[in-house]
Design a protein around this ligand. Sequence first.
Ligand code: EZ4
Ligand code: CO
Length: 427
Amino acid sequence: MLSYLINRFSKSFYQIGVRVKMLKIEQVKVFVCNPGRNFVTVKIITEQGIYGIGDATLNGREMAVATMLEEHIAPCLIGRDAHNIEDIWQYLYKGVYWRKGPVNMAAIAAIDMALWDIKGKVANLPVYQLLGGKSRHAVNLYAHANGESISDTLDKAEALIKQGFKAIRLQAAIPGLAVTYGVLGDKKDYFELQGSRPLPPEETWSTKKYFAMVVELFKQARERLGDQIDFLHDVHSRLTPIESARLGKLLEPYDLFFLEDASIAENQDNYQVIRQHTTTPLAIGETYNSIWECKSLIQNQHIDFIRTAATHAGGITAMRRIADFANLFNVRTAPHGAPDLSPICFAAHMHLNISAPNFAIQEFVGFDNEQLNQVFKHNYTVESGMAFVSDAPGLGIDFDEDAAKALPYKRSYLPVSRLEDGTVWNW
Ligand code: EZ4
Ligand code: CO
C-alpha cells in the first residue's frame, strides 16, 4: 500500500514538473542612435520570437562598444540558450583572456540585461521578482539642482522640494571659471549638452576657486532649506585625497547625505587618507567596470555608498554580486543615474534597487526629452521623490527600432579638464 502511494505521488510529481525548453538565441542586433544624445542598445531575439534589450552606452566611446558587440560577441551567442545568463556572463568574462575594461564590460552588461529581460518575459514576472522580490515599496531618488550661482541653485532646489523631492544634489558655477561640471549654462536640459561636443572641449579647474564657492553653497543651503532635506554633492574627482579630507571636514556642519567622487581611487588606499579625517559620508563607483575596483574600498569600510551602474559594471548579474558583497561591510548602493545611461539601464537599476536589502538612493535626472521617449518606452512612475517599479514582465521597457534608425549617431565627447597653468587634470 505504502509503496503504491509513493509510486503514485512521485508519478504525478514528475507529470507536474515541466522540462524547461531551450530558448535558442537567433539574432543579436546593435543600434547606435541619437535621440538628443548617443545611446548604444542591444536587442537579443530568440527563435521563439521573445526578445530582450540592454544598454551598452559608453559616453564618448560608443562605436567601440558597438563594434565589440557586432564583430566579437554577437557571432558567439547565436544558437546558445538564452536561459543560461550565468554561463553566458562567465563565457564572455572569464572565457575571454582579456578581462574587465570599460568597452568589454559595457558590452557584457548589455547582453546580461537583455537576457534578464527575456527571462522575466518567459516567467511572466518583473525582473525584481526573479531577484527575490521587494525589499521596499518604492525607490528613493535624488534630483539635481544645478545653478549659475548659489542663489540660482537654491531656487532650483526649492522648486524640486515643491515637487516632492527630499534629497537633492547641489552644484553651482564656480566664480572665476568659464564652465563648471554639472552646470547646464544656456542648455535647457542634459540631453542638449552632448550635441555641442563634436570634439572634446577643454575646461579649466581651480581648487582654490572651488573651495571658496562650495562651502558657502552648503552653508546657505542649510540656512535657506532647513535640516530636513538630504543634500548631496559631486566633486567629480577634482581633488587630491588630502584636499578631499579637508572638504569633508569643512562640510561636516551641513550634514551631507554623501560626498561623491571626492578623489580618484585608482589607488584604493587613497580613501584611507580621506576617511581618517572626516565623518562626511563618501560615495564612489560610477566609472567602475568590476567588483575588483571597489573591493578594498568596501572591505576596509572606506566608503559608505557604492555607485556602480549596471551598464558599466557588467549588468544585473554583476551589480547583484557587488551589492551583496557591500552589504557585508555596511556599504549601501546608490547607482549612477546620469543622462548617458539609457532608460534601459534605469529600468535595470529599478529592479535591483527595489530588491537589494542594502539599497540607499538612486540618482535621477528624469527622461523629459521628447525624442528619447519616442525611442525608449519606459514604464515607471515618480511620486513624492520616489520611483515605483514597473510590474510588466521582464525589465518593463521597450525600444522602437524605427524611431532609433531615424535618429543616427553623432560623434561626441566628454570635456577635458586642465589646471590654470595648462596641466591636464581629472575631468
Ligand atoms: O559626468 O555620466 O554623477 N554623475 C556624473 C555624470 C558623469 C557622466 C559621464 O559620462 O558624474 O554626470
Ligand atoms: Co558623478
